[in-house]
Design a protein around this ligand. Structure first.
Ligand code: HGY
Ligand code: MN
Ligand code: MN
Length: 408
């Protein structure tokens, strides 16, 4: 593998520049998908890609693609991630992978290297799934798992429609998602967990991503007076939601590897003195093992039905996301390990707890990810932090594996 190095200062300067867009007082970033802040980030990214002399294209779901043409036509070696964030986002989730890709290409240009294959960097639309579901929506449409029309029809919690927002910010592009065929895909990302830090730092050669099931459930009760209605006569949707949350946490103590999070709770009418009419919740269920994930989901669905029947409530359920555990490509994982060792860095294999666009790209081509340590294991939190030296090391590994595969 080559022993070229990226320009670390330029990487950090770009990360700081993007972090300033949608910066929050707490020191993080808030660039919800297709918001004005996301548009500003997209505009910045397109300008950077253009300044690098890349062929910049936008597809019909808003994925932004910058291509450095290779010596020969054919499938590209693609790097990617996302620049949208959750509402309490940090500076590096997603941004590191996109800016790391820009830096790799900038370095290739500095060195006057034109690889055999096209090399591209993609910023995928709505990876987070914080505003529109499912998560990884842009790469899911790129894969063909969801049509452009279906993706554009998704609505956020306030009823805004994805396609309308995409046109509002001017990023409904002409290209067909998936227009650039992929020879291989690499994603550089912060770990977003505590493992690497607990093991003294180093690089994560990611072996795959755990399964993800997101459910939305709505309990329908009877709005009533909070002061006059005896407890035994209430049809209390709020109590049902609370019981469901406790039950879901109980399932995680019984099923190995199971995770559960009730991240969204909306109570209507939401008045202090009214027994709720409806309560809508989301459940984020994850497990590296599909059978266990299915078992957890089945238990939780059955419990929701049972407590609704018991309390005289209605309950409706809707899938928001459903992605299976996804293994990465052994040869590509090996290249990440080899590049880390060549840099004299400790490297360990590990699975990803978070979903990533790589979970979609792995259905299309040999795929692997590079993790760098998250300090305190924090992410989806404005205090998300990674050391510059670790991010530079990760980008050097990205350069090495991309150059190796693009010239193979
Ligand atoms: O939810 C996830 O794992 C990712 O941050 N979208
Ligand atoms: Mn991410
Ligand atoms: Mn994230």
């Amino acid at each position: 593998m080559s022993n070229h190095r990226i320009n670390g200062d330029r990487l950090i300067t770009r990360l700081d520049a993007l972090a300033a867009i949608g910066a929050t007082p707490e020191g993080g970033c808030r660039r919800l998908a297709l918001s004005d802040e996301d548009k500003a980030g997209r505009d910045w990214l397109c300008a950077e890609m253009t300044a690098l002399g890349l062929d910049v294209k936008v597809d019909a779901i808003g994925n932004i693609v910058g291509i450095l043409r290779g010596q020969e036509p054919g499938p590209a070696v693609i790097m990617g991630s996302h620049i949208d964030t959750v509402a309490t986002g940090g500076r590096f989730d997603g941004a590191l992978g996109v800016i790391g890709g820009l830096e790799v290409i900038a370095t290739l240009r500095d060195l006057g290297l034109q690889p055999k294959r096209d090399v591209a960097v993609i910023a995928f639309t709505n990876e987070e799934g914080a505003r529109f579901q499912p998560d990884m929506l842009g790469s899911y449409v790129w894969l063909g798992g969801m049509s452009v029309a279906e993706g554009q029809a998704q609505q956020d919690a306030d009823g805004f429609v994805l396609g309308t927002e995409l046109r509002r910010i001017g990023y409904e592009g002409a290209e067909k998602p998936g227009f650039l065929k992929a020879h291989a895909y690499f994603e550089l990302h912060i770990e977003q967990g505590p493992v690497l830090e607990h093991e003294g730092g180093g690089i994560g050669a990611v072996t795959g991503i755990q399964g993800i099931t997101w459910l939305e459930m709505t309990f329908g009760g009877q709005p009533n007076h909070g002061g006059t209605t005896p407890m035994k006569y209430r049809k209390d949707a709020g109590l049902a939601a609370a019981r469901l949350n406790v039950f879901a946490h109980g399932v995680t103590t019984r099923i190995p590897g199971q995770l559960a999070n009730m991240g969204f709770i909306r109570v209507e009418p939401g008045n202090v003195n009214v027994v709720p009419e409806t309560v809508t919740v989301t459940l984020d269920l994850r497990n590296p093992d599909q059978a266990r994930l299915d078992a957890a989901e089945a238990e939780i669905r059955a419990y929701a039905e049972a407590i609704a029947a018991e309390a005289g409530l209605t309950v409706s359920m809707r899938d928001l996301a459903r992605f299976p555990p996804t293994p990465f490509d052994e040869a590509m994982i090996g290249k990440v390990e080899g590049a880390a060792k060549a840099l004299g860095l400790p490297v360990r294999r590990m699975i990803s707890g978070a979903g990533h666009d790589a979970q979609m790209m792995a259905q299309l081509c040999p795929t692997a990810m590079i993790f760098v340590p998250s300090i305190g294991g924090l992410s989806h939190n404005p205090k998300e932090f990674s050391e510059a030296a670790d991010m530079v090391a990760g980008a050097n590994i990205l350069l090495a594996v991309v150059l190796d595969v693009a010239n193979a």
